[in-house]
Design a protein around this ligand. Structure first.
Ligand code: BGC
Length: 788
């Protein structure tokens, strides 16, 4: 794949992830004949991504002003000069967020005189103003001016522009939702959430503004009017984080508790209009298939997302008003063109977790299936009746909170409803569900099967090459490992002289600028297995920049849009294609592993890393995570590429405050239905070769040393067979990782602790061998090209 092809993908993905939030008086798209007065720092120097390990050292960043001119627009010269001069005088570092010491959240907006605005509004047809907001690793936003709220300089700018111009378009170059109340009184005709779009950002904005691409993004996270509207508003700056909202995260809360969102989950406008009609519904065993005909009844070509939600009956367990169960997106439809989409889901996947019985159950009663194009714009397609309760999976309660939670309850609350809902319910066609089609799966308890100590069978020395050639087993090699060698393989190796604070995410030796690498050994013919961050591309940190020759530039990897932007496209095929692009960049950089995608739930809008993550909904996070993984790990012929994803951060790293030691106290039900569900889908549908654990604790135990999470659930219930690695420099006791089968401690500073642990018996040798075995199997899988 050429760099050009990857750039084209990045441009298209960024455009398809933009969400049109408002469009009055056909303000967008803007005709090319019009003169545009372009305001706002981000119009001239955008935030391409957030900072930290989720950033990319992009080599070229397209800016909105340049891209609009290249697209053929005239920009108001006076406004452009003032803004460009202001931006030129800003320190480069500050806006390029190259290093995390010099990050910035917002940019104090350019002071533009009333006279200039007045003169520009007399001359130009339309004003476009871009506001930027950024965030990143290890920090969270605050519910304050300049963070989650607009800054006074931003409010002033928008106020004066919208007062003077006939039409004003607002672009939000933002890491996530913002409180926009301060500009509610302003006459803004259109609002486009342009998100953090990677290095092709400017071109993508121009494509949408000009109508070359009709926006088709939908929000994967609710935008509230104000921070207090979120149910997760408390306890995010304490080391203990009580998840008191339980299952009521995001739209599940806003709908159930009838809180009006500013922009609901799943919402996004288009330049055109679509009609959705349910043409067929079939229920075959557990599988529900719904055919929906989508017709473009407007004037522009465009794409539409059909969303399917389920409202479940309440018997014993509380239920959210609705849960997303599946979705599908059309290709581009020309005006008057239609297509049929098939939406399928397995009803048992929507079962609720009953903590009392440690079981996923579908309670008896009537389930309503809703179809629409946003969580607040659906109609009932049919009802499904369950004559009796169905127990789908029986597991073990493994992650019980150690602190008492004040769980939110929907008792006595009237949920959101819409005018015709009652009518739709009484007229809905009812399907009888075949309860006998579901066989209860009882998950085995794995503790009964402890590993056995491996001892060398003979005096022969075996290498991994022997294993690759079929002359030995992995066990033969592992049996030979001394305590020191076991400690070597269980730890990454780091570039000498690197220091934990300065060089986070860039400690590999083989490829400078990559995040880390596994132990390699001539003695055992173990090749180097290196990994680099994500999630917005293959991150090669500062050592490899600047790249200044054309040849090097053409080799350079691409900065793709942020996770949230990609997810907002609701386009699974694009997610797979993104994975293919990443795979090509991994090949180019000679790196095997990719430390992404990040699929933590958007629990709270202030989380500094939300831009890396995908959604407040686990189905979206899990499916996109799976498709990206498939794109990275398999080629078009479904053959393994030898490259791999590392789905992270498992689990409940939902805020950055004290992330190394914070304790997420979560009910087992919310874990099972919300926070673990996306990982389960990614594991079962995408089969990633690696998982990265989170820094934080879950219910009192570090995620990275949590036996129940890693052995009980991940490997036991979900049959995960890949490796588990820690996040970089975890705070948990290093030796405890081994028992929990967190195979690899990254980036590799705990060799000494593991040797001591093995010698004292704190680390059981057979458990260390089991980790080593999995690591070697991983290398055979992912370095297989050179192993043959
Ligand atoms: C981040 C991870 C990242 C790792 C390596 C950590 O600080 O939390 O997401 O993959 O560094 O850069």
């Amino acid at each position: 794949m050429t760099r050009q092809e990857k750039l084209e993908f990045a441009r298209c993905a960024a455009a398809n992830g933009m969400v049109l939030l408002k469009n009055d008086n056909y303000a967008l798209p803007i005709a090319k004949e019009k003169e545009v007065a372009l305001f706002g720092i981000s119009s001239y120097r955008c935030f391409r991504l957030g900072w930290g390990s989720g950033d990319m050292m992009a080599q070229t960043i397209s800016q909105i002003n340049v891209a609009l001119k290249e697209a053929g627009y005239r920009l108001n010269a006076d406004v452009e000069t003032v803004c460009q001069q202001y931006v030129n005088a800003l320190p480069d570092q500050r806006l390029m967020n190259r290093s995390w010491d010099e990050w910035t959240w917002r940019q104090d907006e350019i002071p533009v005189s009333e006279e200039l605005i007045k003169a520009a509004s007399d001359k130009s047809d339309i004003a476009v103003v871009t506001l930027g907001r950024n965030s990143g690793e290890a920090f969270d936003l605050k519910d304050e001016e300049g963070y989650f709220r607009l800054h006074s300089t931003e409010i002033e700018l928008v106020k004066s522009i919208s007062k003077s111009f006939k039409q004003t378009v607002l672009l939000l170059n933002t890491c996530g939702p913002l409180d926009l109340r301060s500009i509610d009184e302003c006459k803004i005709d259109a609002i486009l959430n342009v998100s953090l779009g990677g290095e092709m950002f400017g071109y993508a904005v121009a494509d949408v503004i000009s109508g070359k691409i009709t926006p088709s993004g939908k929000l994967t996270t609710t935008w509230a009017y104000k921070y207090e509207d979120y149910p997760t508003k408390e306890g995010i700056t304490t080391k203990e984080v009580p998840y008191n909202e339980g299952i009521y995260v995001g739209y599940r809360y806003f709908d159930t508790f009838n809180v009006e969102p500013r922009y609901p989950f799943g919402f996004g406008l288009s330049y055109t209009t679509f009609k959705q009609e349910v043409t067929d519904i079939r229920i075959d065993g557990q599988i529900v298939d719904i055919a929906v005909k989508v017709t473009n009844v407007g004037k522009y070509s465009g794409r539409e997302v059909v969303q399917c939600y389920l409202s479940s009956p309440e018997v014993k367990l509380e239920k959210a008003y609705q849960d997303l169960c599946t979705y599908a997106k059309t290709d581009v439809l020309e005006p008057n063109e239609s297509c049929e989409l098939l939406l399928s889901f397995d009803l048992t996947e929507m079962a609720s977790y009953d903590e009392e019985r440690a079981s996923f159950i579908l309670e008896a009663g009537t389930y309503y299936i809703r179809i629409g194009n946003s969580s607040r714009n659906t109609s009932i397609a049919c009802a499904v009746n369950l004559a009796r309760e169905v127990v789908c999976d029986v597991v073990t309660n493994r992650l019980v909170p150690t602190k008492s939670l004040q769980l939110l309850s929907n008792k006595g609350i009237n949920s959101y409803t819409y005018e015709n809902e009652k009518n739709e319910k009484s007229n809905a066609k009812v399907f009888e569900f075949d309860c006998d089609s579901v066989e209860t799966t009882v998950h085995n308890v794995i503790e009964n099967d402890p590993p056995k100590l491996l001892v060398p069978k003979n005096d022969k020395h075996y290498t991994l090459k022997d294993v690759a050639n079929g002359n030995a087993t992995v066990e033969d090699v592992v049996a030979e490992f001394s305590n020191e060698e076991l400690a070597d393989i269980l730890n990454g190796v780091i570039y000498e002289g690197s220091n934990a604070n300065a060089n986070v995410g860039s400690m590999a030796i083989k490829v400078r600028g990559a995040a880390g690498e596994m132990w390699s050994s001539e003695k055992y013919a173990i090749p180097v297995n290196a990994c680099a961050d994500g999630p917005a591309g293959v991150r090669l940190a500062i050592f490899t920049t600047p790249i200044d020759t054309d040849t090097e530039l053409s080799r350079a990897v691409v900065a793709y849009p942020s996770g949230t932007c990609l997810a907002n496209s609701w386009d699974l095929e694009a997610a797979r294609r993104f994975g293919e692009c990443v795979c090509a960049d991994l090949e180019l950089s000679d790196i095997e592993g990719w430390l992404a995608p990040g699929i933590n739930i958007h629990r709270n809008p202030l989380n500094g890393r939300n831009f890396e993550y995908l959604s407040e909904d686990p189905i979206i996070s899990g499916k996109i995570g799976a498709y990206i993984t498939i794109g990275v790990q398999y080629n078009e012929e479904a053959e393994p590429t030898g490259r791999y994803t590392t789905v992270k951060h498992f689990a409940c790293n939902n805020i950055e405050y004290e992330r190394g030691v914070s304790d997420s106290q979560v009910s087992e039900r919310a874990l099972r239905e919300i926070y673990l569900k996306g990982f389960k889908i990614a594991v079962e549908e995408g089969h990633p070769h690696a998982i990265m654990t989170a820094y934080n604790k879950i219910n009192g135990t570090f995620a990275s040393t949590n036996y129940d999470l890693l052995m009980g659930i991940l490997r036991g219930e979900w049959d995960y067979e890949g490796i588990v690695m820690t996040d970089w420099n975890p705070c948990a006791n290093p030796c405890e990782h081994v028992h929990a089968c967190n195979d690899l401690i990254m980036p590799g500073r705990f060799r000494k602790n593991i040797i001591e642990g093995l010698e004292s018996g704190v680390v059981k040798k057979e458990e260390a061998q089991l980790c080593a075995k999995r690591l070697l199997e991983h290398i055979l899988k992912t370095n297989y090209v050179i192993m043959k």
